[in-house]
Design a binder for this molecule. Structure first.
Ligand code: XMP
Length: 510
C-alpha cells in the first residue's frame, strides 16, 4: 500500500493535508517534524509532505528536520513553512517580508510541466505567510509566482523536491486538489490504492503481528470510535479480545443497559460489564476543576481495566478508540500544535501504564471512522448517533458532580433528545445536549417563589468537531423543550440557549 507521511511543523492545516491525501485514495499519516530519517525510511513512504507552521526559519526555536530527509530519494513537497525550511536548508535565501500576506492571491503559472501541470493561469490560491523565498536553492526553478511572492512554486524535478508558498490543502485554493494530485500521481508516481477496506486489512495485519498470542482489552464507551476499534481488533485477535464496558454512572438515560445488550448479542463482542457508578461518584466528590474531573475519570477507568485484566490474565494490550481530533486537542504527541483540553482517552492516562496501547484510528477524522463502521457492518442508526464524550455527563455538569445533579441532568437531557428526534433534526446536528450550571435563579411556579437550577441547551452543527456553529433552532421548538424541562424536571426553573461557536467556545462546557 502506498503511504504518504506528513511532517508536522505546527500548522493548523496539517490534519487537512493528511485528510486530502486520503481523499485522493492514498493512505497518509502525520509524524512530528523531527522524526529521524531512519524512522521515516522504515515507514517506506512513497512521498513526504512538509506542513506549514507558524514560525520563521530564523526563529531561535524554529522546528528543523534533518537534512538527510532530502537525500533519501523520496519525493518531497514543502508547503508554506515547509517550503521555506527546505529552501533555506538547501542553499536558497529566505527573507522576512515586511508585509504579511494573508488571504487570496492570484497565481501566475510560469512553467506548467511539473507541479502546475493543468493549472489555469491566474488561478486563485490561499496565502498565509510572513517570510518568503528570495533566491531558490541551486537546481530549483520557479514555476509559479504571485504579486507579493516571486517564488510561490519551486521545483527540483530531478530530485523530485517541490514547494508551494500557498496552501493547496485548503478549499480556498481553487485547484489545490489538482496540485496535490500532480505531486502524488504524476511526480511521485504513486497509485490510489487506499480505501476503507484496505485500511481495515492493513490494521488487522499490523495488530495481529504486534499482539501475537497475547490478550487485548478494549474499553467500550458506547460511541462509534471504541466500537470500531474493538471490531478491528476482534478481526485480528479473535477470542483474545476482551471488551470492557464500564457503567461509570455518567451515561445518558438507559444507555448502559441498551448498549450492553447490543454489543454482546448483535455484534458478537466478548463483553465484560462492570458497574462502577459508585466508585466514579466517590472519585469525583468535591471536584470542581474540569481538568481534574477528566484526569480522575481517566484514572478510574484505567484502575478498573487493570483489575479486569488481572482477572483475565495474560493481557498485555489496551485498545483505545482515540481519533485524530482527540490527539491534536489533547497533547502535542504528533507535533507542536498547542494543547486545548485532555480528552480522557488520551490525556487522562497515567504516565506509567501497565499496558501497551493499540490505537488504530489515531489518524482518522470522525466521518472517516463512520465510513469504517459502515464497512464493518455496524447499523446506520448507531453510526449516525451523536458523539458522546468519554467522561460523559461529568463534563456537562459544571461544578460538583453528585448523584442528584446527574439525575437532574439525565432527565433534562432525555427530554431534549426526544424533542430533537420528534422535530426530525437529530441528523442535522453534530450534537444536542443539556448542560447543568452551578447557578440558581429565582422563578415563580403556581403561586410559589422558586429558587432552582439553570440548564443550558446546546445544539451544534459541525463537520469534524474541530469547529462548530450553534444551530438556529426555531422559537417553537425551543419553547417546547424549555417548558417540558421546567415542568417535568424537578429542580430546574430556567432554561437558556447557548449561541457560541467553536472557536472561541468549545462544544462541551468543560
Ligand atoms: P470540544 O468540547 O473540545 O469537543 O469542542 C469536541 C468533540 O469532542 C468530544 N469530546 C470528547 N470526547 N473524551 C471524548 O471521548 C473527551 O474527554 C471529550 N471532550 C470532548 C465532544 O463531545 C465533541 O464532539
Amino acid at each position: 500500500m502506498n503511504k504518504v507521511l506528513v511532517l508536522d511543523f505546527g500548522s493548523q492545516y496539517t490534519q487537512l493535508i493528511a485528510r486530502k491525501i486520503r481523499e485522493l485514495g492514498i493512505y497518509s499519516e502525520i509524524f512530528p517534524f523531527n522524526t529521524s530519517p531512519s524512522r521515516l525510511k522504515k515507514e517506506k513512504p512513497g512521498a513526504i509532505i512538509l506542513s506549514g507552521g507558524p514560525q520563521s526559519v530564523y526563529d531561535k526555536r524554529a522546528p528543523h528536520s534533518s537534512r538527510e530527509i532530502f537525500e533519501l530519494g523520496i519525493p518531497i513537497l514543502g508547503i508554506c513553512y515547509g517550503l521555506q525550511f527546505m529552501a533555506n536548508l538547501l542553499g536558497g535565501k529566505v527573507i522576512s517580508s515586511s508585509k504579511r500576506e494573508y488571504g487570496f492571491a492570484t497565481l501566475k503559472v510560469t512553467d506548467n510541466k511539473g507541479l502546475l501541470s493543468g493549472i489555469r493561469d491566474k488561478s486563485q490560491v490561499w496565502m498565509s505567510h510572513g517570510d518568503k523565498v528570495e533566491t531558490v536553492p541551486p537546481g530549483f526553478i520557479i514555476s509559479g509566482k504571485t504579486s507579493h511572492c516571486h517564488a510561490a512554486v519551486i521545483e527540483e524535478r530531478e530530485k523530485k523536491l517541490f514547494g508551494a508558498q500557498f496552501h493547496p490543502e485548503v478549499i480556498h485554493t481553487k485547484q489545490g486538489k489538482k496540485i496535490l494530485s500532480n505531486f502524488l500521481f504524476s511526480l511521485a508516481e504513486l497509485k490510489a490504492d487506499w480505501k476503507m477496506a484496505s485500511f481495515i486489512e492493513q490494521k488487522v495485519e499490523d495488530i495481529s503481528d504486534l499482539v501475537g498470542d497475547k490478550k487485548v482489552i478494549c474499553g467500550l464507551s458506547g460511541g462509534v470510535d471504541s466500537l470500531v476499534t474493538s471490531l478491528i481488533v476482534q478481526r485480528a485477535v479473535k477470542d483474545d479480545l476482551f471488551c470492557i464496558f464500564v457503567n461509570n454512572g455518567l451515561l445518558r438515560k438507559g444507555q448502559y443497559r441498551e448498549l450492553k445488550k447490543k454489543f454482546s448479542s448483535k455484534l458478537s463482542l466478548n463483553v465484560i460489564g462492570v458497574d462502577a457508578s459508585q466508585e466514579f461518584l466517590d472519585r469525583l466528590e468535591g471536584v470542581i476543576s474540569p481538568e481534574t474531573k477528566r484526569k480522575r475519570i481517566g484514572k478510574t477507568f484505567i484502575r478498573i481495566f487493570e483489575e479486569e485484566a488481572k482477572k483475565i490474565g495474560g493481557v498485555e494490550f489496551l485498545a483505545q478508540g482515540t481519533i485524530y481530533p482527540d490527539v491534536i486537542e489533547s497533547n502535542p504527541v504528533k507535533g507542536p500544535s498547542s494543547s486545548i483540553k485532555s480528552h480522557h482517552n488520551v490525556g487522562g492516562l497515567p504516565s506509567r501504564l501497565k499496558f501497551k496501547l493499540i490505537e488504530p484510528l489515531k489518524e482518522l477524522f470522525k466521518d472517516e471512522v463512520r465510513a469504517l463502521a459502515e464497512e464493518l457492518g455496524v447499523d446506520r442508526e448507531f453510526i449516525l448517533q451523536h458523539p458522546f464524550p468519554g467522561p460523559g455527563l461529568a463534563v456537562r455538569i459544571v461544578g460538583e458532580v453528585t448523584q442528584k445533579r446527574i439525575k437532574l441532568l439525565r432527565e433534562a437531557d432525555a427530554i431534549l433528545l426526544q424533542e430533537i428526534r420528534k422535530a426530525g433534526i437529530y441528523h442535522k446536528l453534530w450534537q444536542a445536549f443539556v448542560v447543568l450550571l452551578p447557578v440558581k435563579s429565582v422563578g415563580v411556579m403556581g403561586d410559589k417563589r422558586t429558587y432552582q437550577s439553570v440548564v443550558v441547551i446546546r445544539l451544534v452543527q459541525s463537520v469534524d468537531g474541530m469547529t462548530a456553529n450553534w444551530y438556529p433552532a426555531g422559537p417553537k421548538l425551543l419553547s417546547l423543550i424549555s417548558s417540558r424541562i421546567v415542568n417535568e424536571v424537578e429542580g430546574v426553573n430556567r432554561v437558556v440557549y447557548d449561541t457560541t461557536t467553536k472557536p472561541p467556545g468549545t462544544i462541551e462546557w468543560e
